[in-house]
Design a protein around this ligand. Structure first.
Ligand code: AMP
Length: 281
């Protein structure tokens, strides 16, 4: 597997990109890389001649009081992880490199999809995501970018931004990678104690219960109820359990939807989701 070139400034990035020709694939991450991230790199390699990975904990998508300061950072480990799958380039800039002029004055309004679910609890989150995603698209000139279905609402909003603003880039979604016991891989799982990790299994179990209920003809309300009960039985504090349209993220009563969960395991907020087909009442 090839050792990636690691760059931290725009200038270094530009000269590294100048060495590459053909289609460029982009995988954006906040580091603390796990198999979920590596699956995106593998997917990107199928769609591009060269793949670059960004490792950047983006301050603008965190609100005060969230975990920006404590978010796990270990570039050496990330470089080793990327080496295992092979990518050409890692861009690991500082916040000052990405935001050299301080706060951006021109920003992106991610629209109504950003106001529900994650956006209700984290009202400034998706504007920060869109800002950094748009900047990285421009800085890298990537032809294709891969995002995980783990952050289904983020993927939907990025797709919408690209469509609405005619950004010249192809967006690919990649499936959720889980541990053997079902827990969706997440950098934030490192916050969990052993006991909390067991409790956290209730998220994927809740999705499974919801999916099973749906396959037996349950209504949307019953599907959400089933899923919520599994979480409540594990004393996991629910932020939301919703069945939403995969594009608009508006609540739906029937059809193919995303069953989306956010819940607190101890102090750690985790999200997970699954595609569910509900017959309707
Ligand atoms: P993050 O570093 O958490 O911001 O995630 C960077 C990218 O990796 C996003 O597109 C995520 O959706 C994706 N990702 C994170 N966890 C997983 C997972 N378990 N399976 C697939 N993709 C993931």
């Amino acid at each position: 597997m090839s050792t990636p070139t690691v760059v931290t400034t725009r200038e270094e990035l530009r000269s590294a990109l100048d060495q590459l020709s053909g289609r460029l694939g982009l995988v954006m991450t906040m580091g603390a890389l796990h198999e979920g991230h590596l699956s995106l790199i593998r997917e990107a390699k199928k769609h591009a001649d060269h793949v670059m990975v960004t490792v950047f904990v983006n301050p603008t998508q965190f609100a005060p009081g969230e975990d920006f300061e404590t978010y796990p950072r270990n570039l050496d480990a990330d470089v080793k992880a990327v080496e295992r799958v092979g990518a050409d380039l890692i861009f690991a800039p500082s916040p000052e490199e990405v935001y050299p002029n301080g706060d951006a004055q021109v920003t992106i309004d991610p629209g109504p999809t950003a106001k529900v679910l994650e956006g209700k609890t984290r009202p400034t989150h998706f504007a920060g995501v869109c800002l950094v995603v748009h900047k990285m698209f421009n800085i890298t000139g990537a032809d294709v970018a891969v995002f995980g279905q783990k952050d289904a609402q983020q993927l939907a909003i990025v797709r919408q931004m690209v469509r609405d603003l005619d950004m010249p880039i192809e967006i690919i979604g990649a499936p959720i990678v889980r541990a053997e016991d079902g827990l969706a891989l997440s950098s934030r799982n490192t916050y969990l104690s052993e006991a909390e990790r067991q409790q956290a299994l209730s998220l994927s179990q809740a999705l499974k219960a919801g999916k099973e209920a749906a396959s037996q003809g349950a209504t949307a309300a019953q599907v959400k109820e089933q899923a919520s009960t599994v979480l409540e039985n594990q004393n996991v504090r629910i932020d939301y359990v919703e069945l939403v349209d995969p594009v608009s993220f508006e609540s739906i009563e029937s059809g193919e939807g995303v069953l989306a969960i956010a819940a607190y395991v101890g102090d750690t907020r985790l999200i997970d989701n699954a595609i569910v087909e509900v017959q309707g009442a």
